[in-house]
Design a protein around this ligand. Structure first.
Ligand SMILES: Nc1ncnc2c1ncn2[C@@H]1O[C@H](COP(=O)(O)OP(=O)(O)OP(=O)(O)O)[C@@H](O)[C@H]1O
Length: 319
């Protein structure tokens, strides 16, 4: 879907991006991470033609980006940036409809698409469609920005710190809504983020940039398990244990969980899906005051006490 071939960008004598090559296949989400100034935004802007590479090429859906008509390109790529850039005098609906209008969609179709996206993003159109951006909270404005990027149903979404301006709670909530968004399924995403946790939560692949060069590019689990460059190891070091724990899910440990517990009835337990992360399961169980949690997988019932979950962590660490 997207291919960067030896992308290179210099500003004067300074090299911001150095011979970067990568591919993003349809439906994948590539997260660009790395220290400030390593070339993430410059790379993203080269993917949508906002910055012309000094050398190298970008190919989109099998065609070179260079020389393509920008309106055609906008049809295929949605772009979300941190400071959103909503038009202040336009209503929410008008802001969301910008690209479809540019593409000449009939007004009835624009209205329908806009209402559907606002609804999915938790902004009921009856209450929000006619509001102006200044009447919205930061998180609501961000959602409108996302709706706008998705409006023309582009196969590719590029995002630069899309949740960067939000407080941690709102950020987490939007992220969760975002991942569950029906309109986003099947999209190919490239996203710049400072937040390593966010990258691991949202990415099918993670590219670590160091001074304009690719330090590593692989799936999140592989980055944690290594081998990786010394730079990536140092960059992830502080967060690695936490990321690793967050990646562990109950379903990975079914063979180690008891099928029954003496004196504990399933109805007294906290119910949890097998996909629950181990860390969250432990947290929820401790807060619930219940004796154990109970889950069903492959039509079998399993139990886990807080002690049992802790033991799973310990065993995992030892192994
Ligand atoms: N128009 C420009 N002219 C000169 N230098 C630039 C220009 N744009 C970016 N740079 C430089 O290129 C380097 C990469 O910038 P870029 O914005 O891509 O970094 P980044 O990884 O996105 O950083 P951050 O995480 O801080 O946003 C930086 O050193 C920056 O100062």
């Amino acid at each position: 879907m997207i291919e960067a071939r030896q992308l290179h960008k210099t500003f004067g004598t300074f090299t911001a991006v150095e011979r970067l090559s990568f591919r993003v296949l349809a439906g994948e989400s590539l997260m660009l991470i790395g220290p400030s100034g390593c070339g993430k935004t410059t790379t993203l802007k080269m993917l949508n033609g906002l910055i012309a590479p000094t050398s190298g090429e970008v190919w989109i859906e099998g065609q070179p980006l260079h020389g393509q008509d920008m309106v055609q390109l906008r049809r295929r790529m949605g772009y979300v940036i941190q400071d959103i850039g909503l038009f202040p005098h336009y209503s929410v609906a008008e802001n969301v409809g910008v690209v479809p209008r540019l593409l000449g969609w009939p007004s009835g179709k624009i209205k329908k698409r806009c209402a559907m996206l606002l609804e999915q993003l938790g902004l009921p159109p009856g209450a929000f469609a006619q509001k102006k951006p200044h009447e919205l909270s930061g998180g609501q404005q961000q959602r409108v920005g996302i709706a706008r990027a998705l409006a023309a149903d582009p196969p590719i979404i590029l995002m630069d710190e899309p949740f960067g301006a939000l407080d941690p709670l709102t950020r987490q909530q939007i992220r969760r809504d975002f991942r569950q968004l029906e309109a986003l399924r099947q999209k190919t995403v490239v996203m710049v983020t400072h937040d390593i946790e966010e990258a691991f939560e949202m990415g099918t692949h993670i590219a670590v940039l160091n001074q304009g060069r690719m330090a590593d590019l692989s799936a999140p689990e592989q980055l944690l398990q290594g081998p990786v460059s010394d730079f990536t190891a140092a960059f992830l070091e502080e967060k690695a244990p936490q990321l690793e724990f967050q990646a562990l899910r109950l379903e990975q440990f079914l063979s180690e969980l008891p099928r029954s517990l003496p004196g504990v009835k399933p109805e007294d337990c906290l119910q949890a899906p097998a996909s629950t992360p181990l860390l969250r399961a432990l947290h929820r169980l401790a807060k619930s005051g219940r004796p154990a949690l109970c889950l069903t997988a492959h039509e079998k019932r399993y139990f886990a006490t807080a002690d049992g979950l802790l033991r799973l962590f310990q065993n995992h660490l030892r192994s």
